[in-house]
Design a protein around this ligand. Structure first.
Ligand SMILES: [Zn+2]
Length: 286
């Protein structure tokens, strides 16, 4: 939030403010996936596994490289907080910040989800989104954001004068990852990272730049689908905020399960190869 200014504006303040913005990372230089090659496989997908995520809890699943994964709203309007890891090395994981810098604040069909340094490569490609009709609303809000982090008990503690709540997405993801990996809870916790907010409708207020949420437009049957570019370990929490229309970090919202479906395609996309880890040589000028 910006306070009222106490500094005298320069004479050319308006001219400085009127300078047109430039896009930080011109995405026309980003190698884009040929979506038609992925789309060509979608008519003949075989469901091989279904995982149910209970409300106010999280679950893990595996998606082999070359498979499709659907994150499905099954029962009622519900937001999901998604973490993705390299199944073979959980130190490589989804990097929300760089995915945002490269794609924008909210992701959709054709966008790729990138991993952290020093790997920085696309680990998943979004191939279908039944909420693509939403676009951006009059408040600047949209769905599937990479601007939020995840609801967590630490921020809740700060904002609630010492409150203890154990079913925030951060804790749900931590428990599920500990269970899957066998790591102690406090070691699993440090692998939990900023999420893709699946189905969540968010934005920044135009006047104050504050992060906002509003009721998710998701309905039962809606799904977000991605193609696994590498072997992935998925972990998703059914947020205690439910549709995130009012509050999270409590048990007050109506909360529903989410379903994850893993599909095998008959073929791989034509000419597809697993992306290699980033080509930077890591000498950092030394
Ligand atoms: Zn949450």
């Amino acid at each position: 939030m910006k306070p009222n200014s106490i500094t005298l504006a320069p004479l050319d303040a308006q001219a400085r403010k009127s300078i047109e913005p430039v896009i930080c990372y011109p995405t026309n230089r980003l190698p884009r996936p040929d979506l038609s090659k992925y789309a060509a496989l979608r008519d003949d997908l075989k469901l091989i596994e279904t995982v149910t995520i209970p409300p106010r809890d999280a679950a893990t699943w595996e998606v082999p490289a070359g498979h499709f994964c659907r994150l499905v709203c099954s029962d009622g309007s519900q937001v999901g907080d998604l973490n993705l890891f390299n199944l073979r090395d959980i130190n490589e994981r989804f990097y929300s910040g760089k995915t945002r810098a490269l794609n924008g604040t909210h992701v959709g069909r054709g966008d790729q989800l990138f991993s952290n340094f020093p790997y920085l490569r696309p680990i998943a490609t979004i191939t279908h989104d039944t909420l693509d009709w939403y676009g951006f609303d009059e408040f600047g809000g949209s769905v599937h954001d990479v601007i939020g982090t995840r609801c967590d008990p630490y921020t809740h503690n700060l904002l609630s004068n010492g409150g203890q709540y154990h079913y925030c997405c951060h804790s749900n993801l931590t428990r599920a990852l500990a269970k899957k990996t066998g790591l102690p809870l406090n070691e699993a916790e440090i692998h939990v990272h900023d999420v893709l907010n699946v189905f969540m409708c968010t934005g920044f207020t135009r006047d104050s730049g504050e992060y906002f949420m509003k009721a998710s437009p998701v309905r039962p049957g809606d799904y977000l689908e991605f193609f696994a570019e590498i072997d992935l370990l998925g972990c998703m929490s059914a947020c205690p905020g439910g549709d995130c229309s009012a509050e999270h970090s409590s048990n007050s919202a109506a909360c529903y399960p989410l379903v994850v479906e893993i599909y095998r395609a008959k073929n791989l996309p034509e000419g597809w190869e697993q992306p290699s880890v980033n080509g930077y040589d890591r000498t950092h000028g030394m």
